[in-house]
Design a binder for this molecule. Structure first.
Ligand code: KMH
Ligand code: ZN
Length: 274
């Protein structure tokens, strides 16, 4: 079994700083959180940005600052979100993949379908998905396919058939968003069995699904995403104090199960980035 890649989704677009002050929002806070997560065992960070008022933004210059500060502190893989927040325009969402040179992200997300997202709609019509695939791949950035429901895997395969994506794919199975696939181990098995041979995958369980699905992925040979974007609780009724706390728990469980945790460079090899 490959070593375990732990990704930490540090911030997201849904939680408000006012409601949860531990959420890293400024570039400096995000960079510190990335370093702490890396020290706890994360090989990759999934990055969203916030503006001066802590509202979600996709502005390239904010991502540039975040990437600069993260890379000054740690060698973790930086994956930028092109999902942003529900309701943003496709062009707005694609801003972080316009960064070049030393600030170019190594990975970017590519969501291959539309999903009800709580009270909102995370809209990704087929022509928009194709634009995202062309822009991400064209920039020389490896996409992580975001799967919120089973049909998203089929949509990714259509992109492969059209020559817009090159296997092996890396997919993140986001499970438990209200409107998407429920976060049960049975659904995880179904998704994993639907993936093309040779794919790598991680699971991001939302809320209380984070730990059980993460542990299931450790056992199955997949990879694990944790972090405040997906879950702010350490246990029922008890908020987590940092992203690193959630990463450290997965690393501990993996050690107990005999699965070694990948360094960033080992993760680069597993994901075909190096
Ligand atoms: N905030 C969600 C609407 C991604 O990062 O690519 C979309 C999202 C997915 O978080
Ligand atoms: Zn995200």
């Amino acid at each position: 079994m490959e070593k375990l890649i732990i990704t930490c989704a540090l911030t997201g677009a849904e939680i408000a700083k006012e409601d949860f002050p531990a959420l890293p929002c400024s570039p400096e806070e995000i960079a510190v959180a990335a370093e702490e997560a890396a020290k706890a065992g994360a090989a990759m960070v999934h990055v969203h940005a916030r503006d001066e008022r802590n509202r979600p933004t996709q502005r390239a210059e904010v991502f540039a600052k975040i990437i600069e500060l993260i890379r000054a502190r740690t060698g973790v893989i930086v994956q930028v979100s092109t999902g942003g927040a529900a309701g943003m325009t496709p062009e707005e969402r694609l801003s972080p993949v316009t960064l070049t040179g030393p600030l170019k992200p190594e990975m970017a997300t590519l969501t291959t379908g539309t999903v009800n997202f709580g009270e909102e709609v995370f809209s990704n019509p087929a022509p928009v998905i194709e634009v995202f695939a062309r822009r991400i791949v064209g920039a020389g950035i490896k996409p992580e396919i975001e799967v919120f429901d089973v049909g998203f895997v089929d949509n990714a395969l259509r992109l492969v058939q059209k020559g817009l994506l090159q296997p092996p794919l890396h997919l993140n199975l986001v499970m438990g968003v209200p409107g998407g696939i429920t976060g049960t181990p049975r659904n995880l098995l179904h998704l994993v069995e639907s993936l093309p041979a040779g794919s790598t995958w991680s699971v991001a369980g939302i809320g209380r699904a984070q730990l059980p699905l993460g542990v299931t992925a450790v056992v199955l040979g997949g990879h694990v995403r944790v972090g405040f974007e997906d879950n702010i609780f350490y246990s029922r009724g008890l908020k987590a104090t940092s992203n690193a706390q959630l990463v450290a728990r997965v690393a501990r469980v993996a050690a107990e199960l005999g699965r070694e945790v990948a360094t960033p460079d080992e993760a680069r090899r597993i994901l075909g980035l190096a």
